[in-house]
Design a protein around this ligand. Sequence first.
Ligand SMILES: *Cc1c(COP(=O)(O)O)cnc(C)c1O
Length: 368
Amino acid sequence: MGGTEQKFVQEAFDTNWVAPLGPNVSGFEDDLQNFLGEGSQIAALSSGTAALHLGLIILDVQPGDEVICQTFTFSASANPIKYLGATPVFIDSEIDSWNMCPIALEEAIVDRISKGKKPKAIIPVHLYGMPAKMDEIIAISKKYDIAILEDSAESLGSTYKGQKCGTFGEMAALSFNGNKIITTSGGGALVTRELAEKNQAVFLATQARDQAPHYQHSQVGYNYRMSNICAGIGRGQMEVLEAHIALRRDMNEFYKNYFKDIDGVRVFSEPSEDFYSNHWLSAIVLDPVKCSGKTSTDLRLYLDGHNIESRPLWKPMHLQPIFAGVPYYGSKVAEKLFENGLCMPSGSNLTDADRDRITLALNDFFLN
Ligand SMILES: *Cc1c(COP(=O)(O)O)cnc(C)c1O
């Protein structure tokens, strides 16, 4: 927390705006709109998952439709496809950004069309804060006229060619869950290009009430709006977003420095000047052959023994039991990342003492 969150929450109590609407909700939406720019419209919602769900509804995804999704991601990117009775089509990563591979994407679209079904939407993810190769992905989406719904849950503040993640697609989802770069305890937002789409998202998120003095509904509604209390936390967090990004990027520098002399370890870094990552999480990939047989699992367990938490990278969706049998296009890039990668301690609140502890443990593991 940055410190001013409680002021906004207190205001909500003082003015009795304790509801899923109010000045903090509008204020937080304005803050996000100003931050993202590019004419973005924001609907503040109860979660990033809700944002993806409403985004797909607004893109008219129907039961039986197919939706393309990056395989290397958190399950929340793909679950909303299932909520709608649609089928995900999973796409492998490319090795530079670890995100949706444009070549596999086009191959999948061509193949799905040849099988008689044109996908309804494309969900690329900016994983761990790293922007996807948006130029190539947008070119393909235009060529085949398929809308992009960006999963920008992990990438608030990241940019690709100077443009902020979350402003490339027809729509984008943001998350303010407790573990994200800024948090509202739980929350999310749908970013749209058009005010009409924002209004539609808010309408659906507040039980889809028709214009009438009584309660009348001609569409299925949801209870997905953000609470004015949570939005108060969000307004305070917006004041520390840039500081959080600087701290996370600093952690990434720390790992780059540490591992520069260790041959078998690659720190996940921006592939070129076009990419600017908020480095929400810093990750490494370990080559067991060059690390005298030591694996990422060995390292994780070793760190765990020193009370230092690290985690495997996301397990690809096409390997998940709930998505068994769904179409997948690619060449095992994500699978290999999952096998050899590790997310390192990356929090915005790590101290010098924490870093020293990490350094000592890594020294013990790699140099002995
Ligand atoms: C966190 C996350 C989500 C879901 O956001 P919630 O606010 O937790 O519902 C979706 N996609 C990715 C990639 C995420 O990391």
